[in-house]
Design a binder for this molecule. Structure first.
Ligand SMILES: NC(=O)NCCC(=O)O
Length: 414
């Protein structure tokens, strides 16, 4: 290939990459490293980047053929890993199979709203079937999975997508919960019929008998970049519930809540063993934060964190601005997928694709949570009483920061 042709091809590739916020045409960081490092270097980089579980790299799981067939037919990424815990003498292993689904929207945002929602249902059906037929016990979808993430626009017509907790999205998923004996976490835009049709950003927890166990409403609402969600709903009023399910104690920290360590802590104090973080976030804003925050939360709170993000670029009919000096634009940028699971022992799975729909299946022995607590003693050493005191002072209007100034602070150096 001559130089001009190569340059032209590189230009096309880099334009495509740019529209996806780049990582140079690779599907994930893991892939980029694997394809470019010598095996012994990749092994060592992975030891630090994704950690070791019980002293070893994570093993992959072999899934039933149907799951691979559905993944090939419908073009979604399918990956599966297993977290081990040490064998105990007095307790049986408590292995739970968790599934995470990430997806792009299915029709342009200009299509009729009913068609958009139906097309998302149709797109998810085979992915949920793949999860169910692989024996997934707890399945979680992405934030506001039943609609485009239209909150950047500040246009109120998108509120039409909101549904009551027992609405059509819940009904759609209840069938799968029953069919596959699966707990399903369904993050939706909620319309609270009993309270004057107020809108919330809510995760509905559907039990493995198809029943609604309860709901949690997003605690922290972003006001950053194009994420103008506070125009649509207020901070949640459900606290930090932990749902005791047939397969373990679970909680949901919805998207922007992942930037708040006390939010993670509160779910942990209530006894969560797995905290799901269904999200919608874009590369330019948060991609470097994404793996760090989840992993840190898992380590600090001795539980598993399951992170899910949307995929693709959603373009809206009318351009908008967000008071950041940028020209008016009609999309958020690239939702980078990259769903993954972090464990309390600091190991984590590689991420799903940053460009394609995907299903990540992970086996986790929940005994690992207590084993890490016993080993590291973070709960014992946490000094909650000291921080309770600091916070109680901090929230008072007359609070003054505890700063001890160097009396020689302003003395000139010789
Ligand atoms: N959906 C949402 O809360 N996004 C905020 C952006 C971020 O937290 O990365």
């Amino acid at each position: 290939m001559d130089d001009t042709k190569r340059k032209e091809e590189e230009q096309v590739m880099s334009n495509e990459d740019d529209s996806k916020g780049s990582i140079c045409g690779y599907d994930s960081l893991h892939r980029l490293l694997k394809d470019n490092l010598k095996p012994h270097l990749f092994h060592e980089v992975s030891r630090l980047l994704t950690g070791l579980n019980c002293g070893k790299p994570l093993e992959t799981i072999v899934l039933p053929e149907l799951a691979s067939t559905l993944s090939a037919e419908h073009g979604f990424d399918l990956q599966a890993f297993c977290f081990q815990a040490d064998k105990e003498l007095l307790r049986e292993p408590r292995v739970v199979r968790v599934g995470l689904i990430q997806n792009s929207i299915a029709l342009p945002t200009t299509a009729h709203f009913a068609d958009q929602k139906k097309a998302i249902f149709d797109k998810l059906r085979p992915i949920i079937e793949a999860a169910g037929s692989s024996g997934v016990n707890i399945l979680c979808l992405q934030e506001a999975w039943m609609m485009p993430f239209a909150f950047c626009t500040r246009e109120k017509r998108w509120c039409e997508f909101a549904e009551p907790v027992d609405g059509e999205s819940t009904e759609f998923l209840q069938c799968f919960a029953l069919k596959y004996n699966m707990v399903i976490i369904s993050p939706i835009l909620e319309r609270d019929i009993n309270h004057g049709e107020v809108i919330w950003n809510t995760a509905v927890v559907i039990g493995n008998h198809g029943n609604v166990i309860g709901k949690h409403r997003k605690n922290h609402i972003p006001r950053v970049g194009d994420f103008n969600e506070s125009t649509y709903y207020m901070e949640g009023n459900t606290g930090h519930p932990v749902f005791e399910t047939a397969f373990g104690k679970i909680a949901i920290n919805i998207c922007y809540g992942r930037h708040h360590p006390l939010n993670w802590l509160a779910f942990g104090l209530n006894g969560a063993e797995i905290v799901f973080n269904p999200s919608a976030t874009v590369g330019e804003l948060s991609e470097p934060m994404w793996p760090i925050e989840a992993r840190n939360a898992a380590i600090a709170n001795s539980y598993f964190v399951a992170s899910i993000n949307r995929v693709g670029t959603e373009t809206f009919p009318n351009a908008f601005t967000s008071g950041d000096g940028k020209p008016a634009h009609a999309d958020f940028g690239h939702f980078y997928g990259s769903s993954h699971v972090s464990a309390p022992d600091s190991s984590c799975t590689p991420s799903l694709s940053r460009n394609r729909d995907g299903l990540l299946i992970t086996d986790m022995d929940l005994n690992l949570c207590r084993q890490v607590k016993d080993r590291w003693g973070f709960r014992m050493t946490a000094r909650y009483d000291m921080y309770a005191d600091t916070l109680a002072h901090y929230v008072k209007p007359d609070f003054e920061p505890q700063i001890i100034s160097d009396p020689l602070l302003h003395k000139k150096s010789l």
